[in-house]
Design a protein around this ligand. Structure first.
Ligand code: NIG
Ligand code: FE
Length: 418
């Protein structure tokens, strides 16, 4: 087997195993393991002792001794809002003083305050603001993110955001999978005419985004005071008819029927899901709707009610976990932090949390055949952790254990020497 990247002597290689069915993945642990890749693709995985007889290194090749370290797939963060301008640390302080996220939004803050800043920013400014965020994702072990628009809320500004996502994908080693989220909030100028904004999304934005090929998914914030189930049905149906794959922010703060709608419309994922019931899970399972849980947003909003991750997984759903990175409800690019929350708040084991953050995340963005496991044929997106086994990833929290991050078979991040 020809290879141009070889990682050997890993104390542990920990990975989910891909499969064609819609159910939770099995998990594999190998000790003293090696991985070889050629031209960005994994070509061999096995015990270090068997490398010699199986792998021929090309010149030039990259060689990594992972003695004492753990190798996993790169994280697939399948729900992020990474393109915004400015920040909302004052709202954070208001929330600490007792104001709720919903109250702040009603008073004109929240998403709308970020929209005002994004509308004034140029593409260059948005790119410059986003690049350090992408560096942080990568340094923390994430190799692919789904990236939503949604802070423009006008035709021109939504297109501007999606073009920025496209440019960042080309500029940065991280892969960005674009989602159009024109229905993220009702913008200031439509506060008294929501239905006109819904029409604008359907009649102008969806066709324009589609025509320019700027997004693969269409998403909506289905929530009381934002878009209800009827609005969501209208917008998502139009998006589906235009050729988008669908996502939905569902049952986060209240139960509005978003997850049942996701099942009805054949959405790829329904996200948040803090307020779902087994009835909803049944519908999602029957329609292969991936559940994406966002424990960082629950944590950061200071709420107590986490999605019932343990029960959903036991029910047979391939539960994914993502950051929901955004300036309001989760200002963190850290998937390792999400692993810790998944274990402690969703009651997943470290192996289940890692599966949720990699392979199940890949399923939630229709990349299950390409990403999320360390298996022959998959993209060589890997992380070498300064940890003796995968359990340390959620256990040793609040720090970065990534030693090297490999994207497409190339080392793109190395921990600075101490
Ligand atoms: O997923 N739910 C809507 N959007 C984000 C919050 C965005 C913001 O507050 O800026 C979320 O939680
Ligand atoms: Fe979100």
């Amino acid at each position: 087997m020809k290879a141009d990247l070889l990682i050997t002597n890993a104390a542990e290689l920990a990975t989910p195993l891909g499969h064609p069915e819609f159910k939770p993945a099995e998990f594999l642990i190998l000790h003293d393991a090696a991985v070889a890749a050629f031209r960005g693709q994994i070509v061999w995985v096995g015990p270090s002792a068997e490398v010699k007889k199986n792998v021929q290194l090309e010149t030039p090749a990259q060689f990594v001794d992972a003695a004492g370290k753990t190798v996993t797939p790169g994280f697939v963060d399948c729900h992020t809002h990474p393109i915004f301008f400015g920040a909302r640390e004052d709202e954070f302080e208001m929330r600490i003083a007792g104001k709720s996220y919903e109250e702040i939004a009603r008073a004109g803050g929240g998403i709308r305050s970020t929209v005002r800043k994004v509308r004034k920013a140029s593409k260059e400014e948005l790119i410059a603001a986003a690049l350090p965020r992408l560096d942080r994702f990568l340094a923390l072990g994430t190799t692919t993110i789904e990236a939503k628009s949604g802070y423009g809320l006008s035709l021109a500004d939504e297109i501007k955001l999606l073009e920025v996502i496209r440019e960042l994908d080309a500029l940065h080693p991280l892969d960005l999978v674009p989602t159009f989220l024109g229905a993220h909030e009702i913008p200031d100028e439509y506060r008294h005419n929501k239905s006109a904004y819904v029409d604008l999304v359907i009649e102008e934005m969806i066709p324009a985004v589609r025509e320019r090929g700027l997004a693969e998914f269409c998403d909506i914030f289905c929530e009381s005071q934002v878009f209800d189930a009827a609005d969501s049905r209208k917008i998502l149906t139009a998006a589906r008819d235009a050729g988008f794959a669908l996502k939905i922010h569902a049952e986060q703060l209240t139960r509005t029927g978003g997850s049942a709608l996701a099942a009805e419309l054949g959405a790829i994922s329904a996200d948040h899901l803090e307020n779902t019931t087994p009835d909803d899970w049944e519908k999602m399972k029957a329609s292969n709707v991936a559940p994406v849980l966002l424990p960082g947003a629950v944590f950061f909003l200071g709420k107590e009610r986490y999605a019932p991750g343990r029960q959903m997984l036991d029910f047979g759903l391939p539960v994914a976990v993502a950051t929901d990175f955004n300036p309001g409800s989760c200002m963190s690019e850290s998937m390792p932090m999400m692993l810790t929350l998944s274990c402690l708040k969703l009651r997943l084991t470290p192996a289940e949390a890692l599966t949720a953050a990699t392979y199940h995340g890949a399923l939630a963005i229709q990349r299950g055949n390409l990403l999320g496991t360390v298996e022959v044929g998959k993209k060589a997106d890997l992380v070498i952790w300064d940890a003796p086994n995968h359990k340390h990833l959620p256990y040793h929290f609040g720090i970065n254990l990534a030693d090297r991050v490999i994207k497409n078979g190339k080392v793109v991040y190395e921990k600075p020497h101490e």
